[in-house]
Design a protein around this ligand. Structure first.
Ligand SMILES: [Fe+2]
Ligand SMILES: [Fe+2]
Length: 263
């Protein structure tokens, strides 16, 4: 039997329901496998595979807990484990779903998927030291919703997932880290440092391919972003912004200035 193509391998991984198996498999993804960009793959049922737990609820139904209690800190860590779990699916989805891109595009997102799987494992294992497992708390459903809304348009996907949701993660990271470190959890702080470093790279990859597609289609990146954000109901940018991280991820001065306007 031939080894699977990169995109078919990504599809097989996204269909896995068990988070631990999905993360372990994704960390083994061979990013040098042939992507076969012109393979148009029909979506099977069950994308993304996931288990009954965590229970998915509207994010307004989730209570904010103080990180200063044991369970509050576990709840906060669980919410980040959940984000990384979804990020694995989002990166795998970017690989298998969208045909016709250069080979480097698939390689980039396969690398992102591998890093998201590592983030998931680091946080899952840390959560275990507090006596909890992924699935022990409810979690919010919003992350995959944006993937659903943008599954027919890669430009919108790139605008709204890496360049909006993951970029908001850059803004949130220092605040969440400060909370955990203030609660004495230096191990979690060190994991968040690794994640922030990698996430700058993910947003940069989002920017790279967003601009590439805009250039292909003769679109202005800034004006087009505003149109797509409006059309798909993207969350409005809310400060404080991590401008250094956003700049390192390749947002232009013009784009950073639009953030200041929204503050
Ligand atoms: Fe991540
Ligand atoms: Fe990421």
């Amino acid at each position: 039997m031939h080894p699977p193509t990169l995109r078919r391998h990504a599809l097989a991984l996204i269909l896995l329901r068990d988070s631990d198996g999905k993360a372990a498999g994704t960390r083994q993804l061979d990013i040098d496998a042939d992507a076969v960009p012109d393979d148009v793959i029909a979506e099977p049922d069950g994308v993304p595979g996931r288990t009954e737990r965590p229970l998915l609820v509207a994010h307004t139904a989730l209570r904010q807990r103080s990180a200063n209690t044991h369970e509050g800190r576990a709840t906060l860590l669980h919410s980040i484990v959940h984000i990384e779990r979804n990020a694995i699916d989002l990166a795998l989805d970017a690989v298998w779903r969208f045909p016709g891109m250069p080979a480097a595009y698939y390689r980039d997102w396969a690398l992102v998927a591998r890093e998201e799987a590592l983030h998931f494992e680091l946080l899952r294992d840390h959560l275990a030291t507090l006596g909890f497992r992924y699935g022990d708390f409810p979690a919010h459903a919003a992350l995959w919703e944006m993937a659903e809304k943008t599954k027919d348009d890669l430009l919108a996907r790139l605008a709204l997932v890496p360049r909006t949701l993951e970029a908001r993660g850059l803004d949130a990271s220092p605040l969440v880290k400060a909370k955990l470190v203030a609660a004495g959890d230096h191990a979690a702080g060190a994991i968040l440092d690794i994640i922030l470093r990698d996430e700058i790279g993910h947003v940069a990859i989002g920017n790279r391919w967003y601009r590439w597609l805009c250039a292909q289609r003769g679109l202005d990146p800034v004006a087009t972003y505003a149109v797509l954000a409006e059309r798909h109901g993207a969350p409005r940018p809310r400060g404080p912004f991590n401008l250094a991280a956003r700049r390192a991820a390749g947002f232009s001065d013009e784009e950073l200035a639009t953030l200041d306007d929204a503050r």
